[in-house]
Design a protein around this ligand. Sequence first.
Ligand code: SME
Length: 155
Amino acid sequence: MATDYGSIQARIEQVVRSAPDATIALREAVAELKRSIPDYTWVGLYVLQEGELVLGPFLGKPSPHTRIPVGRGICGAAAAQKETIVVDDVNADDRYLACSLETRSEIVVPIMRGDFVLGEIDVDSDRPAAFRNQDRTLLEAIGRALAERMAERTV
Ligand code: SME
């Protein structure tokens, strides 16, 4: 049966909105994404702190890239451009910072508050070209829900 992206999005938005605090919201979003979509081999959140993307909650193999300056890697490029980046073949992209040898494709979605980048959702897949429009739509919606909760932490 095809993955029902609409109901996954509605469920995760609800989980993020009802989490008792922002830290739990971030952790729950990662857990829900990882278990909802089998192609999501690695799911993590980076939080922007003083010009660097700092790794927060993640599921999958530990990454060596726990701090990524804006502008470096695919993560840093997405933060600099303030736009989602989809890479169908990570080995053909010079920007790519390797996390696992098995990774074949990646999507990075900035979490925005107005014009400011608060962080990013980063998902890797062991399958080439795993990310389609429905993944972008899902992750951008979760990014908007997370932005609401992350903004709470700064007031
Ligand atoms: N591949 C990312 C680095 C993060 S790891 O995939 C977890 C990048 O190129 O920025």
